[in-house]
Each structure stands twice: as structure tokens, then as C-alpha cells.
Design a protein around this ligand. Structure first.
Ligand code: AMP
Length: 314
């Protein structure tokens, strides 16, 4: 079932302890779309400026992503983000954000994008997320990501946007900030108990520590795939979301059972691990489906154990 994603299409300038890259292709919608394209047809909705290159569009086209709803704004400048990471790759400093064409952006969706069964609302202004959500009232599965900026600046709109979705995917610190709960599990449980409607699936992204899944049926957690070398974590969260939502979209003939959600978590985790191996979209551009399957199998081996049968000393 095809997927529509709305969110940033960006130029990113990134410094990590392993190097620096200037104005590389980035943006939440781009990282998501490239990852989800391993599972299903993806349509990207978002604005770019006159400075946005054909080569960057080709990166998405080469993975079969439909870019016909990428809107080029005459005279506009593409969203720009500059960030810096230290040795702790879990925390980063945002040095510059230039909204450019995102200022005044009104999403226009083609009929093909409106007909998608699965929708991902990547991190953008929550009122824009709600606008797009309202245009796909019959979508079978809608997931949303956000960030600290919107929790601070537009909390009421964000809460409304979250309530209109099936699945919330947030960083652990953002879940704490949104609910005021110290425990990620308690934060997720609180959102599952918001007055209806509310999402029924909560995913807490924990960077290099992995990701946790909380539903009314249960709890599941996976570590990040162990890597000896991490080069650039930018977009790992969106790549995770692309793998997670992409896997669900590819299996939407089935119920969103706990088992299916766990498999989706494994695919999101595997995809995210590839993303961080090189700068920007470099690694995902070269990735094969076979490599993803192999890494999911390894992840399964790393996380299996059997409970001791013998009684313990009291
Ligand atoms: P992640 O590392 O998964 O949180 O995603 C980073 C990506 O999000 C980068 O490619 C940025 O271009 C994009 N990004 C950063 N800040 C914002 C923002 N305020 N709104 C939308 N996208 C953003």
C-alpha cells in the first residue's frame, strides 16, 4: 500500500568528529522516503527552492520515490539546517535553521498522494501536519514525528495532531517533555490513556540505545544494531521511521498485531544502522534489500535469550 510523507526536504551542513559535509541532501521527508522505498511506493510532499538540484531529486527517483508533489517555489530557498555532534553522538547542537520555502508553505497533494493508505507526518509545524491529515481521512495508518521546538511553541496544536494519528514516534527526551513524566514507559502509557481519540502505538526513539514500542497490548524494546564506526547520525530517526512505517505498509493486509509491530521495529532499527555509517544519504543510496534482511537476522540473534529454568536462592 503506497505511502505519502510530508516534511522537510533540506540541505544539511553537518560536522561530526569524523568530518564535515556542506549542503548535502537531507530533510526528514527525504530520509524517511529513501528508507520506506525498500518496502513500498512512496510519494514525497514538500517544498524546495530554486537552488534545489536535479541531482538531489534523482537520488529519490533512483529509489523509485515519486517526487511529483515536491513543489519548487520560484525565487525560494530550500530549507537549510546546520548541526554539530561531539563524541556523544546522541546529543547534537543545532547551529542554524533557515526555514526558507517552509515559511508560508501550504501542502498541495495530488490525487495519487491523497489516495495513499499510509501517511507519515514528519517533523513540521503541527498545524501543517493536521492540514495534511485532514486531507487523507481514510488512511489506514497514520504516524507522526515532532520535536522539542513544537512541544514548546505549539503544544496545543501538536496534542491535537497526535490525537488524530494511529502512531506517535518521538525521541525519549521529547516524550518526557510532552508528558512531564520521567519514565519513558509512563510517558507512553499516559498518551495511550489520553481521552479518545488517541494513538494506539507509541515508539520511543533512544538514539544509540535503540527504540521501544508501547501499546495497550504490550512493551517491546530493541537495542540499536552494534556498529564499530558511526559517522553521521543525522536522519537516523527518520530512517528508522521509514523502515518501521514502510514495513507496516507492506503488510497492511494483516492486522497491526504486536508481532507485526515488533518485526517493523527490527526493520526500522536495521535501516537506521545503515544510515549512520556514512554522511547524509550516502549509505542508503547504495544499500540493497539483501543487506537489510541479513542485518535483521543478526539483530534477532543478538537479542534472543532463554530464561533460566532453575530456581534462585532466596
Ligand atoms: P533526525 O536526525 O532523524 O532528527 O533528522 C534530522 C533531519 O531533520 C535533518 O536532515 C534536517 O534537515 C531535518 N530537520 C532539522 N531541523 C528541522 C526542523 N526544525 N523542521 C524540519 N526538519 C528539520
Amino acid at each position: 500500500m503506497s505511502i505519502t510523507v510530508v516534511g522537510s526536504i533540506a540541505y544539511d551542513t553537518v560536522t561530526t568528529p569524523f568530518g564535515e559535509r556542506d549542503r548535502m541532501l537531507g530533510g526528514a521527508a527525504v530520509h524517511f522516503a529513501l528508507a520506506a522505498s525498500f518496502f513500498e511506493e512512496v510519494r514525497v510532499v514538500g517544498p524546495v527552492g530554486e537552488d534545489f538540484g536535479e541531482h538531489e531529486l534523482d537520488v529519490m527517483r533512483n529509489r523509485g520515490v515519486d517526487v511529483s508533489d515536491v513543489e519548487r517555489i520560484p525565487g525560494g530557498k530550500t530549507f537549510f539546517w546546520r548541526g554539530k555532534y561531539g563524541w556523544d553522538l546522541n546529543s547534537r547542537e543545532t547551529l542554524d535553521t533557515q526555514l526558507g520555502v517552509f515559511e508560508g508553505f501550504q501542502p498541495k497533494l495530488s490525487q495519487a498522494s491523497l489516495d495513499s493508505d499510509v501517511l507519515f507526518l514528519a517533523n513540521i509545524q503541527p498545524d501543517l501536519q493536521r492540514d495534511v491529515r485532514a486531507q487523507l481521512p481514510n488512511a489506514r495508518f497514520v504516524a507522526l514525528d515532532s520535536m522539542n521546538l513544537w512541544i514548546e511553541a505549539a503544544r496545543d496544536s501538536l496534542v491535537k495532531a497526535i490525537k488524530e494519528c494511529d502512531c506517535l514516534i518521538l525521541n525519549d527526551s521529547e516524550l518526557r517533555q510532552l508528558t512531564g513524566k520521567a519514565s519513558i514507559y509512563a510517558a507512553a502509557r499516559e498518551i495511550l490513556e489520553w481521552s479518545p481519540p488517541h494513538p494506539r502505538v507509541i515508539v520511543a526513539k533512544q538514539g544509540e540505545y535503540g527504540a521501544a514500542l508501547v501499546t495497550n497490548e504490550g512493551f517491546f524494546s530493541l537495542p540499536a544494531f552494534p556498529l564499530e564506526r558511526v559517522v553521521d547520525p543525522t536522519g537516523a530517526g527518520d530512517t528508522f521511521a521509514g523502515g518501521f512505517v514502510g514495513y507496516l505498509a507492506a503488510h497492511s493486509d494483516q492486522e497491526y498485531s504486536e508481532e507485526l509491530l515488533r518485526q517493523a521495529m527490527a526493520h526500522g532499527t536495521a535501516l537506521a544502522s545503515f544510515n549512520v555509517e556514512e554522511f547524509g544519504t550516502d549509505r542508503i543510496e547504495k544499500l540493497s534489500g539483501g543487506e537489510i534482511v541479513a542485518r535483521v537476522r543478526q539483530l534477532r540473534e543478538f537479542t534472543q535469550f532463554s530464561a533460566a529454568a532453575e530456581p534462585l536462592r532466596d
